[in-house]
Design a protein around this ligand. Structure first.
Ligand SMILES: [Zn+2]
Length: 457
């Protein structure tokens, strides 16, 4: 194992080869959640860190549900930076894939596999960053913490939430770098890099209607299934009120400034509640994925997902219910959101909340955010970094509870504008361009080294 010194140049090619080798090995370990079984991936990483002599712990929240935390110590003059990645992946429909989802096949310039972008790429890049800092004996001001966690895809309870609640001393950090951001977004000739600074919260709830039970052969208007159907119909056809959050205003304004005609003219109009509805309807016909994403940034949403009525075809039930996936903008409470829902469906249905947590919104006025923007501009000349909000959530909501400022920056350069990157999250044929991965590895390493290294006198 070569121990290059901080002053010597990094052999990027060799580092890239090594990084790809570990990336492929992790892709070949099936960590589909459920059941997760992240311990196999954690053991792989643990063996590697042991060989390198880096202190770390593997912690099991439940049998087989392991998270790994490693740390390089700084001189304590600045707060820690945590590099987070989740080890679990979502299930696959293997017959819909062009290459097997757990083989890490290299084809057409890409590496294919479940977890290629969500998010064994960032896990490996973070891991190699840690190892490289250690090999080069870079004197650090900040501790660099590496967390490879279980269970993000099922809500983080057995991974990041477990660590935050049971082992806060291991993961308390000033800053967290995490997933969903740092990829190239092509718009006309312009290239943007969205950096995630905000996530929506959740409010999962059930609406229940009670009515008169009876025999299916004699229908009546008191059937609670009909009342639930009316509520669903209203939810499906109503956009909840628009709320322009600071981050979305900033996102659309910066996007408009960097984009040419016509996007530059159209995007700011989305901030006007009277115009945004018709604009989103138009966009929905042309580019549904973009319309969905923009709509979700501008308002709370409520998507009915699960129905329950009678268990017998010939019985009108005494009660019927629908479960709704509610997503709440940061800065708003569960109560604010439910008030809007009740204005749509009425208040004569029984409402019970199943699970909720608030959204997050982090300031962009930090030295880390500036350093990320500099790194993007330096490694992709002419590209524009833009802060943005995601409609979903990541492990960041858990780390935020310990006071961390969290950004989604898992850098990958995408040269092919036709590659629908965000659609590959949880989609078939998940893959990452090799060149874009290697670019990301270098960007992440250089960012972390420059941000965490002690000032040399
Ligand atoms: Zn993910």
């Amino acid at each position: 194992m070569s121990l290059s010194q901080p002053s010597s140049p990094i052999a990027w090619e060799a580092l890239g080869r090594e990084s790809l080798e570990h990336f492929k090995a992790l892709l070949r370990i099936d960590t589909t959640n459920p059941p997760g079984n992240e311990i196999e991936a954690a053991r792989y990483i643990s063996a590697l860190l042991t060989r390198e002599g880096i202190e770390h712990q593997v912690l099991e929240s439940a049998p087989g549900r392991a998270s790994l935390v490693a740390r390089l110590r700084g001189d304590g003059s600045a707060g820690p930076l945590l590099l987070n990645g989740h080890l679990d992946v979502v299930p696959v429909e293997a017959d819909k894939w062009r290459h097997p989802p757990f083989a890490a096949t290299e084809a057409d310039g890409c590496i294919w596999g479940r977890g290629a972008i969500d998010m064994k790429n960032m896990v490996t890049m973070g891991l190699m960053t840690l190892i490289t800092l250690h090999r080069r004996r870079v004197p650090l001001a900040r501790d660099v913490i590496f967390a490879a966690v279980a269970d993000e895809e099922a809500g983080s309870d057995l991974g990041a939430v477990f660590l935050v609640e049971q082992h806060p001393e291991l993961v308390r950090a000033e800053y967290v770098l995490n997933e969903v951001g740092g990829h190239t977004l092509h718009m006309g000739r312009a290239r943007f890099y969205p950096i995630q600074v905000s996530e929506k919260g959740i409010c999962w709830f059930t609406l229940k209607a009670r009515g008169e039970p009876g025999h299916g052969s004699m229908p009546h208007a008191g059937n609670p299934v009909l009342r639930i159907a009316r509520a669903i119909e209203k939810l499906g056809h109503t956009r909840l009120p628009q709320h322009n959050t600071r981050v979305v205003e900033d996102f659309l304004t910066r996007l408009a400034a960097g984009a040419g005609f016509p996007q530059g003219q159209v995007l700011p109009l989305l901030l006007h509640p009277t115009l945004s509805g018709p604009l989103l309807d138009l966009l929905d016909k042309a580019q549904r994925d973009q319309a969905m994403g923009l709509n979700a940034m501008l308002r709370h949403t409520a998507a009915p997902t699960m129905l329950r009525g009678s268990s017998k075809v010939n019985v009108i039930p005494g009660a019927a219910s629908v479960t709704v996936d509610g997503r709440v903008l940061p800065g708003f409470s569960t109560e604010d959101f439910l008030r809007e829902v009740q204005q749509v469906v009425g208040d004569d249905l029984e409402l019970s909340v199943l699970n909720s947590h608030d959204g997050t919104q982090f300031t962009t006025h930090t030295p880390l955010f500036d350093a990320i923007c500099d790194a993007v501009r330096q490694h992709d000349e002419g590209a524009v970094p833009v802060p943005y909000m995601i409609p979903g959530f990541t492990d960041s909501f858990a780390y935020a509870r310990l006071g961390a400022t969290c950004y989604g920056f898992s850098p990958v350069r995408l040269d092919d504008p036709s590659l629908k990157f965000t659609q590959m999250y949880h989609g078939h044929n998940e893959r990452i361009p090799v060149a874009g991965y290697l670019w990301g590895q270098r960007v992440l390493y250089e960012l972390v080294e420059s941000f965490c290294a002690a000032q040399r006198s």
